[in-house]
Write a protein that binds this ligand. Sequence first.
Ligand code: ZN
Ligand code: ZN
Length: 378
Amino acid sequence: MQYQEFQKIIQQQTILVTQGGLLQEEQNISKQLNLYKYRNYQVNMIDQLTQLTIEYPVRCKLCPNLEVCMDIRSYIAHFTNFKKMFPTKGYVCPLCNQQLGQQILRMNIQNYIYLDPNILSYMFKDMSYTNGINIFEYKGEQYLWQEFNYRYKIKREDYVSDLYQRQVVFRQLFCIVNKELRIRQPLILQKCPDRKIVDFKSFYQELTKINFDLEKQGLILCRCNYCNRNPIKFIAGQIYFHEAFYEAFNKYYQIEHNNQNESHFTYIFADTEIDSQIINDVVEDLCQDQKFQRMFRRNTIKGYSLNFQMVQINIGIFSIYLDYDGIYVDLVSAKNHINSTINLKQRKYHFQITKIDFQLSNSIFGFISNNYRFSSDQ
Ligand SMILES: [Zn+2]
Ligand SMILES: [Zn+2]
């Protein structure tokens, strides 16, 4: 056989080889590939027969190790060569040494091998690999995070446009799975009645524990009644990356002096991320205030059930937020507002407001049973 003819055969066969998972009968391989999709592993990209860099990674359909591959042309060349030399013999996969057929003459190689779609999708995007490093680092964790960012995401704009109140109190600061872990990459459990948040880091850890087999094993991330009964078996529709929360948590951690024991923070979503901010609210815990609690209890008015989630009261430059377990007053914004409007003459004498004391008294606000003091220094 002429070299050119040999090349032509290889080219023709190469075109026929499909990526794994395209055919019905190959469901097993699809399943295997899915289990490898988000794993971190290394692939040696030097072809074992030619010592050249692998450009199209293939393996046989029986190969048990999905971290090993050969270049398609090298594989087909090996097969074609073998067929010519030993037409009556069987054929053994050069990667896993398993017999693929009894008689090589009757075999079409494209029915026995497949291109690895996982490796193919990322190998060319990896700079170290294109720079001639022989080991390709398959970074499944990072790819999963990217997937959350473009596929399984609650977009900021959608979330914010649905908000009735632009200011949101974040009460869950630690991951629902790992109570020591501060939330940085928030994934929200969409079906959970409390919409608990799991951090991406511990979600990934949980995935490794079940060998990435969500479908078979299922994950219970939150221990509430609902979540306990309904293990998560797939990502779509169940777990979303919350872009708006991600922004809020990021800003929260940027504040240098934030108290590590804080139980909550309040964030105001403006139209843009730049204008959005944490409000340094002063909080008064009103769980014990019976009168106040009554206001948030479910009421029935003319047959309609009604309950307050959050009430905002504006008195001049002061914004007061009420929700069922506390009152928040944004004194820092008020202070900044006063200081920015101080006139020139006063500014000359370096006149500035440094502290505001604020009192809500129950004789004016009938829904509280005590007077509450707020200070911008707290
Ligand atoms: Zn094999
Ligand atoms: Zn739950």
